[in-house]
Every structure is written in structure tokens, then in C-alpha cells.
Ligand binder design. Structure first.
Ligand code: FMN
Length: 637
């Protein structure tokens, strides 16, 4: 079903994959540029039935780096349409108004408008309540934006009324405190969005219009699914399809990270489909063919929308159709966190996303020059990929028997199995690129001196750091638990596990243990006052799951020494002994020794670079990025 065609109004879409709206931040000036053409064109080539671009309806509604309808150069808009059409793909343009959603830093002096002067809990800046003149102007701007899309040859427009953006703010009793005809108290705040949609229809006439809604606000006191159904029903005569996402950005419930199960919010689409006789597009974490087919077969939707599956792999739809491996979205949220902070759109695992135009400029070198990549972790794999793509004869040498390095451990905790899929994808890609692999051999001076490579990439990674405390040898390294090198002693079933270190490794090790042996008692201690800082916003769902499973957290707690069955701790200079039948160390990492490689290279005047943890200890995404960046420079050499 996934690869059968289907219509929205008279618009025929060749399959059921729609690449959803993503604010890219790539716009510079009023002309759509080569970077944007290449970004959408790659995804059009990749088999999407349609790709969606975001267009602000006016200046106040635009975010940093977003084009706006009032000033957009129409010729470049037409070029974008052509470039997408060349690949049998349609272009949908989302008519967007950010409402209250931009920080003061990114916005500068531009006014922020919303139904009422209620600040967003994320962006904090207090918006100005829209007066009558602003309401009329914005409605006209929406319609004007629709008209220029039609003029430029765009295939459909999508009206943004989801996630907390302007039109959805009217639908919420939290953000719409107005006392006029557009207030929440009258018709649940639907009057203004209904008027805007009807006006757009009046102006664009016979032209496909989609409406994007949140199934529910998913904020306490906010609107629910029944409200969304009645809103869509009331406007159904003016629209031709509905895109249905989960909640709002500020919802305390996870929306798009890897903590959300595949297709978890599709039942919202299913509910709308039941009551409204229009094509429905489901979304949120529909990132594989099986989930998509299942949702279509269950009649939850007519189309499957995904933003990030196409971000991480532009060839996503083609590869799913051919049942090939693809670069899977990890739900790591690097993309959305960056965009919400005003950065340009990027993908943690596919550093080429958004760089397509520049990548196309970087030449493949007609050369037999050799590059040796030492280490097969995330940095090593990315370095080998870019090296081979640039045309270097590339050898990857690792003392392990498989690729992946620390990603093989990162894939072990619950919901992280996608990382294993990424490693498989990279292995296949490197093989296709002709990279030579040497497994199970430590690279040494002899190897390097025999080869004398043109360039050496040292991606030897990091190793766990043991704290300098008495009795440290009594602790088991978290990595050894995750790798299975140190199985949890079974006699401690009733006893207590103490994990020292509350960063991502400590938390995920706790999750790994709890998934296997729910009844284990676990305490995580950390000298800092908060846990999971290196996970950013993704710490919250993990910590709350762990708490739900009875894991205890002790902040501001130093581990001063380890003894048999006990950890000596200090809290605010008071000393205590903590019962600890198993002690796990998750106390950070340090680069592995590499001087034995760099010294002979320097002596022989051979070029090299350190990437990933060897250069600076970080996470897998940092490692991939550092290897990628090296090859944006190396092609010039
Ligand atoms: C970086 C990023 C930017 C986004 N920008 C927009 C936007 O401007 N308008 C919109 O309606 N949705 C936006 N979304 C939401 C997506 O369109 C989509 O609904 C959501 O990501 C769920 O789909 P996915 O799980 O396949 O990514 C954005 C999502 C991401 C990840």
C-alpha cells in the first residue's frame, strides 16, 4: 500500500511518504538559494511523494533564517518547484506564523504577536496581543502567501495550526485569554483560525489545502482530541487533507525523541480519519516501512509523514521500497533542539544534511593517495566514509573484531537499538565505497611505517576514567556491564547496586540493568546537583522512567572510597557509609593513549589528525561531526 498512489483533491501523489515541514534556518535574503534547492532536491530524488517547505506569511510570523511570503523572490520559488518536480516529487508549502515562539535573542527588535500576552514557557518573551488591525493584516497575509504559492506552481499548501504556533494558540484556553469574538470563551477560540482558513480558500480557489493540527495540546488544561476533531470538522469544507501531529513544543510529554514509540501518535490521525472524510497524514516517529504499512493497513491514515527520516537519509523512501538499509533517525533531537535555539537545521548522525550543495562542490580527488583510519567507532566510520567518498584509497584498521566501537555499548540500553542499525548501515556503506578493513589488529609504528599513508586519521576513541579514590578497584566499569564483560554478580539480587556517576552512561546503565532485572535496587550518586546534564532535554524522560522503576538519586554526593560492600560518601562534608553490594563506575572517559602513533608520524613528517574522543571526549554525535569536519578541510589538501 505504501507505494501505491493516492490523491489529495486532484493532486496525485505517487506514494504515501510525505516529507513534513522543517524550519531549516537556511534562508539568506529574499531569494531561495542553492543550499535550499539542493536540500529539497536530494529528498525529492530520494523517493518522497512530496516534500514540504516552510514559508512565513509575514515578517512577524517568521523565524530566524525563514523566507517570508511578502518579500520572497518568485523566480527562485519557481526554480525550487522545478527542481523538485524534476524528480517526480510534489512541493507542499506550509504557511507558517510562529506566534509567540521565538526567543528575544533570536528575534531582536521584531515584535512577537499572539492572541494574548502570554509568554511561552520555552521562549519566555512576552508577545503583544494582536489588535484588530493585526488580525486583519495577518489573515490577508496568510491568503497572500497561499496565492503566491499557487502562482509559483507549488502543488499544495499546508496551513500551520499545530504545536503552539499562531493559529493553534487561538484554540487553547491557556494562550487565548481574549475577551472579543476571537476569545477562547466563544466557540473555543476557533473563530479566528476558521476565518483565516476560509479566507485562504476564497483567495486560492480550486487548489489543494492541507491543515496541520496537533491531535491534542498535551499540556494540562489545554485542548483535547475532541476539540481538534470539532475544529477540523468545522473547517472541513475548506480543506482537502489534515496532517496530524502529537502535542505542542512545551508539552511535558515526549513528542518526537527516541522515548516515543514508533507511530505512537498515529491514533490521533486515526480518530480524525474516523470522523472527517478527508485524507489524513499521520506523523511522529514513523521512520520505517513496517510501521508505515501497519498504520496504513489499520486505516489510521492515508499518508505517512516524516520529517526526520528524510533529514537523516534523503534516500529514505527509495531505500525502504527496495528493502535496503538506510541511515535511521535516532530520535536524538539534535535537529529540533538546534532549530529551537535559532541554529541552522542539522542532523546528528548525518552531518551532510543541509550541506548537500557544498558536498556537491567538494571534488572527488583522482588519486591513489592512501588514507589510514585508526579505530572503527563513530568517528572512524565517518572518517572512512568521507575519505573514500573523496577518492582516497582508504584502510580502516581496528583492534576490535567489529565496527561500531562505543556505539556497540550505546545501543544496549532500552530504546537505543537504533544505534545498532546505524552501525550496520555504515558498515554496508563503507563496503560499497571500497574501504579496506583490517580487524583485530592494533595499529602500530611498524604498520604505519610500512604504509607511509598520505594521511592518517587517529580515531582511537576514549576509555573509562577511574576516579582517584581508595579501593577504586572494587568498582566495576559501566562499560564492562554494558558489554557483558562483567555480568552482574547474581548474589546481589536482594542487595543494592550503587552507580557512581549520574551522566548519560550512569543513567543508561541503570536503565539497562532495570530492563533485565527489574527487582534490582539501584542508587545513582553524583557530586553535581543534577543528573544527565550531557543528555540535555532527554534526561527528563529517562530520569522519570528510572524513578518510576524505583531507582534512587543522590545529588551533591561525593564518593570518597570503596570498600567491600560499602561506598564511603560525603554530603556537605558529612561522612557516611552507603551499603553497596555492587559498585559501578560511570565516572567519565579520557582519550586512549595515542602518542605511540603520533610520534613516528611526526618523525617521518607524515600528516595526521585526531578526531572524535581522541581529539576531545564528547558523545557519538560530536565524534561524527569532528570526523566530517576534518574532511571538509582535507579535500583542499
Ligand atoms: C528540526 C525540525 C523542525 C521542524 N519545523 C517544523 C515547522 O516549521 N512546522 C511544522 O509544522 N512542523 C515542524 N516540525 C515538525 C515536523 O514537521 C514533524 O511533525 C515532527 O518532526 C514529527 O515527525 P518525525 O517524527 O518524522 O520527525 C519540525 C520538526 C523538526 C525535527
Amino acid at each position: 500500500m505504501l507505494y501505491s498512489s493516492f490523491k489529495i483533491r486532484e493532486l496525485e501523489l505517487k506514494n504515501r511518504w510525505i516529507m513534513l515541514a522543517m524550519h531549516t534556518g537556511y534562508a539568506e535574503g529574499n531569494t531561495i538559494g542553492e543550499r535550499e534547492f539542493a536540500f529539497y532536491e536530494e529528498r525529492a530524488k530520494g523517493g518522497a511523494a512530496a516534500v514540504t517547505m516552510v514559508l512565513a506569511v509575514n515578517e512577524a510570523g517568521s523565524l530566524k533564517g525563514m523566507h517570508q511570503a511578502q518579500t520572497l523572490d518568485i523566480e527562485s520559488f519557481k526554480t525550487l518547484v522545478d527542481r523538485v518536480h524534476q524528480h517526480g516529487c510534489k512541493l507542499i508549502v506550509q504557511l507558517f506564523h510562529c506566534g509567540r515562539n521565538e526567543s528575544k535573542d533570536d528575534r531582536g527588535e521584531k515584535p512577537l504577536f499572539a492572541p494574548s500576552a502570554v509568554a511561552s514557557p520555552i521562549f519566555k518573551a512576552e508577545p503583544i496581543e494582536m489588535d484588530q488591525a493585526e488580525l486583519v493584516k495577518t489573515k490577508e497575509d496568510f491568503a497572500f502567501a497561499g496565492e503566491i504559492c499557487k502562482k509559483a506552481g507549488v502543488d499544495a499548501i499546508e496551513i500551520s495550526a499545530s504545536a503552539g504556533y499562531l493559529l493553534s494558540e487561538f484554540l487553547s484556553p491557556i494562550t487565548n485569554l481574549r475577551t472579543d469574538a476571537y476569545g477562547y470563551k466563544i466557540n473555543k477560540g476557533m473563530n479566528y483560525p476558521l476565518e483565516v482558513i476560509a479566507f485562504i480558500r476564497e483567495k486560492v480557489g480550486d487548489f489543494p489545502i492541507l491543515l496541520k493540527v496537533s491531535g491534542a495540546q498535551m499540556v494540562e488544561g489545554g485542548y483535547g482530541l475532541e476539540d481538534t476533531i470539532s475544529f477540523c470538522r468545522m473547517t472541513s469544507e475548506h480543506i482537502d487533507g489534515i496532517t496530524v501531529t502529537g502535542g505542542w513544543h512545551e508539552s511535558p510529554i515526549e513528542q518526537i525523541s527516541y522515548h516515543v514509540a514508533k507511530g505512537a501518535y498515529a491514533p490521533f490521525a486515526g480518530a480524525l480519519k474516523k470522523y472527517i472524510p478527508l485524507p489524513v497524514i499521520a506523523c511522529n516517529r514513523i521512520h520505517d516501512g513496517e510501521t508505515a504499512e501497519k498504520l496504513l493497513a489499520e486505516n489510521q491514515c492515508d499518508f505517512v509523514g516524516t520529517a526526520r527520516a528524510f533529514l537523516s537519509d534523503p534516500q529514505f523512501a527509495n531505500r525502504v521500497e527496495k528493502k535496503e538499509l538506510f541511515l535511521p533517525c535516532q530520535g536524538c533531537n539534535r535537529c529540533i533542539s538546534g532549530v529551537l535555539k535559532g541554529q541552522k537545521l542539522a542532523c546528528g548522525f548525518n552531518p551532510e544534511a543541509g550541506q548537500e550543495f557544498f558536498e556537491n562542490q567538494r571534488r572527488r580527488i583522482a588519486t591513489r593517495k592512501e588514507v589510514v583510519v585508526i579505530g572503527g567507532g563513530p568517528a572512524g566510520m565517518e572518517a572512512a566514509k568521507k575519505s573514500a567518498e573523496r577518492g582516497f584509497v582508504t584502510t580502516l584498521i581496528t583492534d576490535e573484531m567489529t565496527l561500531g566501537g562505543q556505539f556497540n555499548l550505546a545501543a544496549k540500553p532500552p530504546k537505543k537499538e537504533g544505534i545498532g542499525e546505524y552501525v550496520k548501515y555504515m558498515e554496508k556503506t563503507l563496503k560499497e565505497l571500497g574501504v579496506k578493513f583490517i580487524y583485530g589488529q592494533k595499529c602500530d609504528e611498524e604498520f604505519l611505517m610500512k604504509k607511509k599513508p598520505y594521511f592518517t586519521v587517529i580515531s582511537t576513541g576514549s576509555q573509562p576514567k577511574r576516579p582517584q579514590i581508595e579501593g577504586v578497584e572494587k568498582g566495576i566499569l559501566a562499560n564492562d556491564i554494558l558489554s557483558g564483560r562483567a555480568p552482574l554478580p547474581s548474589q546481589s539480587q536482594e542487595g543494592q547496586i550503587v552507580i557512581i556517576g549520574g551522566g548519560s552512561v550512569g543513567l543508561e546503565t541503570a536503565a539497562y540493568i532495570k530492563e533485565r532485572e527489574e527487582e534490582r535496587n539501584i542508587k545513582i550518586i553524583d557530586c553535581k546537583s543534577s543528573f544527565g546534564k550531557d543528555l540535555g532535554p532527554l534526561a527528563r524522560p529517562l530520569i522519570s522512567t528510572l524513578r518510576g522503576k524505583g531507582v534512587q538519586f543522590m545529588a551533591d554526593t561525593n564518593a570518597d572510597g570503596l570498600e567491600d560492600g560499602k561506598v564511603l560518601i560525603s554530603i556537605a562534608n558529612q561522612k557516611f557509609f552507603l551499603q553497596a553490594d555492587v559498585i559501578i563506575l560511570a565516572t567519565g572517559s579520557e582519550p586512549c593513549e595515542y602518542a605511540y602513533l603520533t610520534m613516528p608520524l611526526m618523525d617521518e613528517r607524515l600528516s595526521y589528525a585526531l578526531v572524535g574522543d581522541a581529539e576531545r571526549v564528547g558523545d557519538g554525535v560530536d565524534a561524527i561531526q569532528s570526523a566530517y569536519e576534518l574532511f571538509t578541510r582535507l579535500y583542499l589538501a
